[in-house]
Design a protein around this ligand. Sequence first.
Ligand SMILES: N[C@@H](CCC[C@H](N)C(=O)O)C(=O)O
Length: 294
Amino acid sequence: MQIRFTKMQGAGNDFVVLDETAGRRGLTAGQYRFIANRHFGIGADQILTVRAAPTPEVDFEYVIHNADGGEVEQCGNGARCFARFVRDKGLTDKDSIRVQTMKGVIAPQLMPDGRVTVDMGRPEFTPALVPFDAEGLVARVLGDGVQWPVDVRDAASGADTVVWCAVASMGNPHAVQLVEDVATAPVEIIGRQIESHRRFPNRVNAGFMQILGRAEVKLRVFERGVGETLACGTGACAAVATGIRLGLLDRRVDVHTPGGLLTIAWSGDPQDSVFMTGPATTVFEGQIDIPDDL
Ligand SMILES: N[C@@H](CCC[C@H](N)C(=O)O)C(=O)O
């Protein structure tokens, strides 16, 4: 099968964007993995598929697949690229767009400076809804937030230890730990263990946050189904929301990721949405033959 695609990136989190507004292709998990493969395919952290609106309340539907081929609920950097894509392709002339995702409706808004702000919906901290199995664990309470002890093998010694994680869902699951210095944090070794930890039945995105001040943090994320990426938008929302709950951050925070700057704003009230602002850029367009038998 031959398909046309657009390659995009948001703060270095990179995407292949597919237009299925005229009809579905029915790609398999193996075909998504092929597209994401950096050696044999195009290369991407996620594949974003844009579809026609399923209900009159929204403008589009967009579907997200991780590089491992699994479909997932939400993608923050992807939401900004989705909005830039539908505008640049002339699929809409709106600046404010409502889009259905697997886990609800989110609302990107194209800004005059070229960035995109997205209403990412409400954060959820109830462990069972993340989902996180907290049975038998005693949480550490700080401000209005909690951190949970998650058992891992120490990156240096291999000994059993715990890391304290705040857990949150932004539609997709996140576990955020505080570190002294993201540059030396064991993101690959500990992140990989947390991503597939038995306490997270749907696996999880593992964030490592260094607090520089009440309005500025550094963040690295080992993403579920991908590995470490240059930025994770929902990870930035979850990190700031949990940091605000723990009483460590103000309501508007600049998040420095390895791939660029994201700004996250949240009132601190769990009934309110988290807002994320950041870049969305088209890199190139092309077409590719995808094997039918994957
Ligand atoms: N890069 C994304 C998150 C993509 C999905 C994530 N890997 C998951 O499995 O939940 C973002 O910018 O939010």
